[in-house]
Design a protein around this ligand. Structure first.
Ligand code: PGA
Length: 247
């Protein structure tokens, strides 16, 4: 069976005290054992949260794809590894749109993360304009094709994909379960054509974009939805725990 993953993307939220309280509450109340639960925390909290829990894996929202050097303000994969961080987000639409990360840079980050043995949640997703034009599958598989260019089959065990339609992120407008399933199936078919069915069947594909305690059950019931990347609703322990229990 494919790994089910529910990951919180805390983005640029929470004070230090709030972050610790949220993490502790999730850790204390989490009883589900068959879901890989993760918290992608702001970088300044990573060291204090890293290794704190056997039940919740802490990951980084961002890194710079070089081992060291003159990159003011950036954090390297080596530095992340040195504080026990083993997983990163790559390709989030906010990094693409607000910080100018293009497909080429995202591909460089994927290679760098794999070289440094970091597990990846690779995000993809189309704008409303692209969807309205009916080009969403071509667009999303194009993003994946670029990000995974040259990535060998054996590295796919370290990669999960998160489909996050931009029009659903932080908007309260979630994709319908049918829209999510259609895209997840298209992504899986694309994986079959690139890596074959065994790899495609074992790659987790998460949904992200206004997933919450009220709609997670329906989304997670889709055969090709293997979990969620949760923004806003992951900042509330009860809501996040309900989402985790929604399988
Ligand atoms: P959201 O964010 O759940 O707040 O829509 C999801 C994400 O950006 O990962």
């Amino acid at each position: 069976m494919r790994k089910r993953i529910v990951a919180g993307n805390w983005k640029m939220n929470l004070t230090a005290e709030e972050a610790v309280n949220l993490f502790n509450e999730i850790e204390e109340k989490l009883t589900v054992t068959d879901v890989d639960v993760r918290a992608y925390a702001p970088s300044i909290y990573l060291q204090s949260l890293s290794g704190k829990s056997k039940k919740v894996t802490v990951g980084a929202q961002n890194f710079y794809p070089s081992s060291k050097g003159a990159f003011t303000g950036e954090i390297s994969p080596t530095q992340l590894r040195s504080i026990g961080i083993n997983t990163v987000l790559i390709g989030h639409s906010e990094r693409r749109d607000l910080f100018g990360e293009n497909n080429e840079f995202i591909h460089t980050k994927v290679k760098s993360a794999l070289e440094n043995e970091l597990d990846i949640i690779l995000c993809c997703g189309e704008s409303l304009e692209t969807r309205d034009a009916g080009n969403e599958v071509e667009f999303v598989t194009g993003q994946l094709s670029s990000a995974l260019n040259g990535v060998e089959s054996e590295s796919m065990k370290n990669i999960a994909i998160a489909y996050e339609p931009i029009w659903a992120i932080g908007t309260g407008r979630t994709a319908t379960s049918q829209q999510a399933e259609d895209m997840h199936l298209a992504i899986r078919n694309w994986l079959v054509s690139k890596y074959g069915s065994a790899i495609a069947e074992s790659t987790s594909i998460l949904y992200g974009g206004s997933c919450n305690a009220g709609n997670a059950k329906e989304l997670f019931a889709c055969p090709n939805v293997d979990g969620g990347l949760i923004g806003g609703a992951s900042l509330d322990a009860e809501a996040f725990l309900t989402i985790i229990s929604s399988y």
